[in-house]
Design a protein around this ligand. Structure first.
Ligand SMILES: Cc1cc2nc3c(=O)[nH]c(=O)nc-3n(C[C@H](O)[C@H](O)[C@H](O)COP(=O)(O)O)c2cc1C
Length: 210
């Protein structure tokens, strides 16, 4: 257990990546699988993950991200996109997959399907957008933690223009929206941030036992 906390103290939001060191495809795929395995509310997975490999696209995205160097210098760039809106097909698609994977019948899951629809389809458009975006942050957390466990560096990025990202990646036509970004690679020795002590509230300040 001590080791887990050691890794969480070791990780930091990397400001400067060493672009000469590349995370192996195998390690990257392990980290990416952590995103796919992430839990989501009702299991619906209302998101899609984009791995941006094209260097020209990465340059464009860097401009749309306050010119943050991590966007082009990290080994991998991931864009976590949420579904800004949805209808009952979000639940139907999940249920079809559930039937396929678990070998149950439509009748077995009809009650669950109606229950979930009853809750989610009553949300306003703004609530739907916010709820699906929330789900992407769970995947973000898993990605960062698993990478840290493997001693691979990351920087989560919210500092970007969503409208520009959606245009560059052609997300609008797919009912997707760039929610949050993760860069994955190896820290540069020059990155002084790695020596900064963590700024966190004390246990007394942030935890209450009732
Ligand atoms: C959702 C999210 C978005 C962030 N966006 C940026 C960003 O755009 N650029 C950046 O350099 N750091 C970004 N950070 C890093 C935070 O500033 C950093 O995680 C925080 O200060 C705690 O420091 P630590 O991660 O190094 O322990 C972001 C972090 C999170 C969780």
């Amino acid at each position: 257990m001590k080791d887990v906390l050691h890794k969480l103290n070791w990780r930091y939001a990397t400001k400067v990546f060493d672009n000469s060191k590349k995370v192996s495809k195998e390690d990257f795929n392990t980290i990416l699988e952590a995103a796919r395995l992430t839990a989501s509310s009702y299991g619906l997975q209302p998101y899609h993950f984009y791995v941006i490999e094209d260097s020209e696209v990465r340059s464009k995205l860097r401009k749309a991200s306050w010119n943050q160097s991590q966007i082009t210098d990290a080994s991998y760039l991931l864009v976590l996109a949420n579904k800004p809106t949805f209808d009952e097909s979000l639940v139907d698609n999940y249920v079809d997959n559930l039937i396929l994977i678990r070998g149950v019948t439509k009748k077995d899951v009809e009650g669950y399907s109606q229950f979930v629809k009853g809750i989610l389809l009553g949300l306003t458009d703004a609530q739907k957008k916010s709820w699906t975006s929330d789900q992407t942050y769970l995947a973000l957390g898993n990605l960062m933690t698993i990478a840290a466990e493997m001693e691979i560096d990351t920087c989560p990025i919210e500092g970007f223009d969503k409208t520009q990202y959606n245009e560059i990646l052609g997300l609008n036509d797919k009912n997707l929206n760039a929610s949050v970004v993760l860069t994955i690679g190896y820290r540069s020795d020059e990155d002084k941030t790695q020596n900064h002590p963590k700024v966190r509230y004390s246990k007394e300040q942030i935890i209450t036992y009732i």
